[in-house]
Design a binder for this molecule. Structure first.
Ligand code: HEC
Length: 242
C-alpha cells in the first residue's frame, strides 16, 4: 500500500475509534462517584421508595410505574403502599403521576421536571448518585449543581444533607465541598439515603431486572448441562463411524 494512503487510513481509523470516547467525555464535567447500589436489596428499595414519595414525586412522575407493581416487588401489602407511599392517585392500579399541572411547572421552574421512569437508564446510576450529592450554594447565594450546572431543580434534600459551598484551589480548580450548614443526616447517612433513592430509580427503570438475571443464570446453567449431554451423545453416535 502507498505510504500516504496508509497514513490517511490510520488517521481515519483513529478518528472513528475516538469519536465515542469524545462524545462520552462531553457528558458531566466532573468525574462521577460510583453508586454501588443493589436492586436485590429490598430493604434499600423500600427506603428509597419512601424517600422518593416524600421528596421527588411532588415534581417528578414515574408514569410507567404502577403502585400495585411496587407493592408486589417491594414485598409490601397493598394496604401498606396505599397508607404509606401513595400521596397521589386514587387507586392501587394507577401509575405514579404528579399533582402539579405542567403549565404551572413551566412558570415555576422554566421547564417541566422530567418523568423519571427511565432516567436511570438514560443517565446511569452513577450520574444520579453524584447529581443528588453535588448541590451547592454558589458565590451569588444561589443553589447550583456540579453535575448539571445552573440546573433549575432546587436542592430538595437540603434539610437532610445541609448546605455546602464549593472549594477551589489557587488555580481555580474545584477541589471539593465545605459544609456551611449541617443537615439532619451525617455525610455517611446522606450517601446511604441517596444510594437508596438511586436504587429505587434503578429498579423503576427496569422492574423485571432481578427476575431477568435469575432466568438468565438458569438458562446458561441449562445450556451448559445440555452442552455436556450433546457432547456425550455425539461421541456415542460417532464411535462406530470412525
Ligand atoms: C420542586 C420540584 C422538584 C423536586 C421536588 C425534585 N425535582 Fe428533580 N428536577 C426538577 C426540575 C425543574 C428539573 C429540570 C432541571 C434542569 O433540567 O435544569 C429536575 C431534573 C431532575 C433530574 C434530571 C437531571 C438531568 O440530568 O437532566 C433528575 C435525575 C432529578 N430531577 C431527580 C430528582 C430526585 C431524585 C428528586 C427527589 C429527591 C427530585 N428530582 C426532586 C424539579 C424537582
Amino acid at each position: 500500500m502507498h505510504e500516504l494512503t496508509r497514513k490517511l487510513l490510520a488517521v481515519v481509523a483513529t478518528g472513528v475509534l475516538l469519536t465515542p470516547v469524545a462524545s462520552l467525555a462531553a457528558g458531566p464535567s466532573i468525574p462521577l462517584d460510583r453508586a454501588n447500589n443493589d436492586v436485590r436489596n429490598v430493604a434499600s428499595l423500600q427506603r428509597g421508595a419512601q424517600l422518593y414519595m416524600n421528596f421527588c414525586l411532588g415534581c417528578h412522575s414515574a408514569q410507567f410505574m404502577r403502585w400495585n407493581r411496587i407493592a408486589q416487588d417491594l414485598q409490601l401489602t397493598e394496604e401498606q403502599v396505599m397508607n404509606n407511599l401513595m400521596f397521589t392517585g386514587d387507586s392501587i392500579h394507577d401509575t405514579m403521576q404528579i399533582a402539579m399541572p405542567g403549565a404551572d411547572a413551566e412558570v415555576w421552574f422554566g421547564k417541566m421536571p422530567p418523568d423519571l421512569s427511565l432516567i436511570s437508564r438514560s443517565r446511569g446510576t452513577d450520574y444520579l448518585y453524584t447529581f443528588l450529592r453535588t448541590f451547592y450554594v454558589d458565590d451569588n447565594g444561589n443553589s447550583n449543581n456540579k453535575v448539571l450546572e445552573m440546573t433549575s431543580m432546587p436542592h430538595v434534600l437540603w434539610e437532610l444533607q445541609g448546605l455546602q459551598r464549593a472549594a477551589y484551589d489557587e488555580n481555580g480548580d474545584w477541589t471539593g465541598f465545605e459544609q456551611i450548614r449541617a443537615g439532619s443526616m451525617s455525610p455517611e447517612e446522606y450517601d446511604r439515603a441517596v444510594r437508596d433513592i438511586v436504587n429505587f430509580l434503578d429498579y423503576v427503570g427496569e422492574p423485571i431486572q432481578v427476575e431477568r438475571r435469575r432466568i438468565g443464570t438458569m438458562v446458561i446453567a441449562f445450556l451448559l448441562v445440555f452442552l455436556v449431554l450433546s457432547w456425550l451423545f455425539k461421541r456415542e453416535v460417532w464411535r462406530d463411524v470412525k
